[in-house]
Design a protein around this ligand. Structure first.
Ligand SMILES: [Ca+2]
Ligand SMILES: [Ca+2]
Ligand SMILES: [Ca+2]
Ligand SMILES: [Ca+2]
Length: 267
């Protein structure tokens, strides 16, 4: 998947390569090569970074043998049917005839997921600790699952989104939609054919549910919305299904996926 500096299909993504001036301060990301055992081979994937040239070619090596060449426009992933979790992988990044970088895969798994060990504090009298929310983000001080910077009005400066409120780059309220606190939101160019960024946000106050909003206005007509009968605390969006253009959208405890055409998608 060629995805700019989008870190993950399930992560809270905050920027778009083609949007704004490209001069915003952004998190440093490396090639991010991962290899997981799908049961029918090793799925190796890596990032197309924001500063990669359009004509970049990637060469994937298993145990120093070339197994795949990703030319311009090709996917930056490969199902290596001959690979094993004990294989070593490397991606060479090439522009023209020049080797730009050579990166080793450091995230491998013999299952189709990566396990993250946790150091959970011991339970005490009347309380325990357990994992709850999970999201991808910058862990050095500016990551937060319902507070994120992004250039939503395309003026080259970043605004700050807090769920129901967006603060302009000058600190003034750009929009406030009075939809109340939501515990999760995902911001990205979720609908690539629609200009600008879109915000997928859930609502913990009546009429509850979830909305897809224009991130630049927030208060305008919702792109689509679903009511729910109770507090809707979690939602997520990402391009997880190639059979539908752009992102798919889903909500905690709802057994459905939604698409940009406001239709429900059964996978
Ligand atoms: Ca802006
Ligand atoms: Ca602004
Ligand atoms: Ca869009
Ligand atoms: Ca899709």
């Amino acid at each position: 998947m060629a995805a700019g500096f989008v870190p993950s299909v399930l992560g809270s993504t905050v920027a778009n390569v083609a949007y704004g001036t490209g001069k915003n301060v952004v998190e440093y990301l490396d090639r991010g090569i991962s290899a997981v055992n799908t049961g029918s081979g090793m799925l190796v994937s890596w990032r197309f970074l924001a500063d990669d040239a359009d004509n970049t070619v990637y060469r994937l090596y298993r145990d120093n043998q070339l197994v795949y060449t990703s030319n311009s426009g090709n996917a930056t992933c490969y199902l290596d049917k001959g690979g094993k979790s004990t294989s070593s992988y490397r991606v060479d990044t090439i522009v023209g005839e020049n080797l730009v970088s050579s990166d080793e895969c450091t995230h491998k798994s013999n299952t189709n997921y990566l396990t993250i060990p946790m150091d959970i504090p011991k339970a005490g009298s009347g309380y325990t600790y357990s994992p709850n929310d999970c999201s991808v983000g910058d862990v050095d001080g500016d990551g937060n699952h319902n507070c994120m910077p992004a250039d939503v009005d395309n003026d080259g400066k970043q605004e700050l989104l807090l769920g129901a409120v967006c603060l302009d780059d000058n600190g003034k309220v750009l929009w406030c939609n009075n939809l109340g606190h939501g515990d999760a939101m995902h911001l990205s160019d979720l609908l690539p054919d629609r200009p600008g960024l879109e915000l997928w946000v859930c609502h913990e106050v009546k009429p509850y549910g979830v909305s897809l909003l224009d991130a630049a206005t927030g208060t305008g007509k919702k792109i689509f919305h679903y009511d729910h009968e109770k507090d809707t605390g979690r939602c997520a969006a990402g391009n997880i299904y190639a059979g539908n253009p752009g992102a798919e959208f889903w909500v905690h405890s709802w057994e459905l996926f939604m698409t940009e055409t406001d239709s429900q998608l059964v996978l």
